[in-house]
Unconditional design. Structure first.
Length: 335
């Protein structure tokens, strides 16, 4: 059996910076509340006319990841595209990325696992490499949240948190004897599906039905999040799934060189850090600059941590995510 490794990382965020003060001009919120509850100072939003959408940002991040991996689009055997904010209802972002990168007839798979989308996608890529079926898999997480949030005071508990951006990695066959992606661990619990969801428009909540049955202001085409409920589950599941990964590899938390949690909320990351007794130098956070970019958050953070020299060959890197579904997962990597 083969093993896989991350051979290149890349990211892209739109240039347009939206600060907490900018948001407080359009809704009842303030910098102090947002920073205190989430740690977020600013996020990026696509700006009309900047040419970005979910697949375009994904393509930009992918180019950087492929260049750093030393591969071309022609070397890629499979695209896995994770997003909750695709440009179209169907087809998914994977085929759009394939067209943008002119990748012949390479297969494209879309993953809809929200904040855990990247960890799930990485796990799928790992399996394809392990069987020997593929040598290079492009895994992309990209989100255009600003296109679908309620920027009135009604939506403030959700819309201040999320930001736009994309991250990508190339997962390749590992030619070393050891290391690479050591294991991935995935879970879901659908009974909590309504606690963080965007219900419609969908076949279950179609537009004419929505318009007929809801007062205009209650039409559920904006995301709903039961924040405190999600928070409580997140801190438990993050810790559990990291422990599961450590146990599976017979290692303990002191062995971790870098933990990159999905950037859901700085308070969640800090809670996990404290529980695992990790020093600041071993946990990477950039939610302060970008907000929560769901499927894009881990690959953006990975790419930035790598650029800053915080991930080096031989390091033990742990990724973990939790989000809508609920779904959650972790990946244990020897870089
Ligand atoms: O990435 C996927 C997973 N997502 C998460 O993990 C998110 C988990 N949840 C959270 O991060 C937090 O629950 C939030 C940051 C979303 C909210 O923080 P909270 O401390 O749980 O606040 P809350 O929802 O209990 O709201 C507290 C108060 C409420 O006012 P009252 O009822 O106490 O008067 C809200 O109406 O804060 C109010 N509020 C705001 N005030 C100013 C809610 N949003 C805002 C806002 N600005 N943007």
């Amino acid at each position: 059996m083969y093993s896989s490794k991350i051979s290149g990382v890349g990211h892209y965020v739109p240039e347009n910076v939206v600060t907490n003060d900018d948001l407080s001009k359009v809704m009842e919120t303030n910098d102090a509340w947002i920073q205190e509850r989430t740690g977020i100072k600013e996020r990026r939003h696509i700006k009309e006319g900047d040419g970005n959408n979910t697949s375009v940002m994904g393509a930009k991040a992918s180019k950087m990841a492929m260049q750093r991996a030393g591969v071309t689009p022609q070397d890629i055997d499979l695209i896995i595209f994770a997003t909750l904010s695709p440009d179209m209802y169907f087809p998914g972002g994977g085929v759009q990325l394939q067209e943008l990168l002119q990748m012949n007839t390479v297969p494209a798979l879309d993953v809809r696992n929200q904040c855990s989308g990247f960890v799930y996608s990485l796990s799928v890529a790992d399996q394809f490499i392990k069987t020997g079926m593929y040598k290079n898999v492009l895994v992309v997480g990209s989100e255009n949240h600003s296109g679908g949030l309620d920027f009135t005071s009604r939506g403030r508990s959700v819309s201040v948190i999320f930001g736009d951006g994309a991250g990508a990695v190339v997962v390749s066959r590992n030619h070393r004897e050891t290391g690479g992606i050591l294991s991935t661990h995935l879970h879901s619990e659908g009974k909590h599906k309504d606690e963080l969801a965007l219900q419609g428009p969908s076949t279950g909540h179609w537009v004419p039905e929505l318009l007929a049955n809801n007062p205009q202001e209650d039409i559920p085409y904006f995301p709903y999040m039961n924040g405190p409920f999600v928070f409580k589950h997140a801190v438990v599941r993050f810790s559990e799934v990291i422990q599961e990964g450590l146990l599976a590899n017979n290692i303990n938390s002191e062995d971790i060189d870098m933990l990159i949690p999905h950037q859901a909320n700085l308070r969640i990351s800090q809670f996990i850090q404290k529980k695992m007794q990790l020093p600041d130098s071993k946990v990477f956070n950039n939610i302060q600059k970008y907000g929560n970019t769901t499927a894009a958050s881990i690959p953006i953070a990975l790419s930035e941590a790598w650029e800053q020299g915080k991930i080096k060959e031989g390091d033990l890197v742990v990724l973990a995510a939790f989000g809508s579904g609920f779904t959650w997962g972790s990946a244990i990597i020897r870089w």
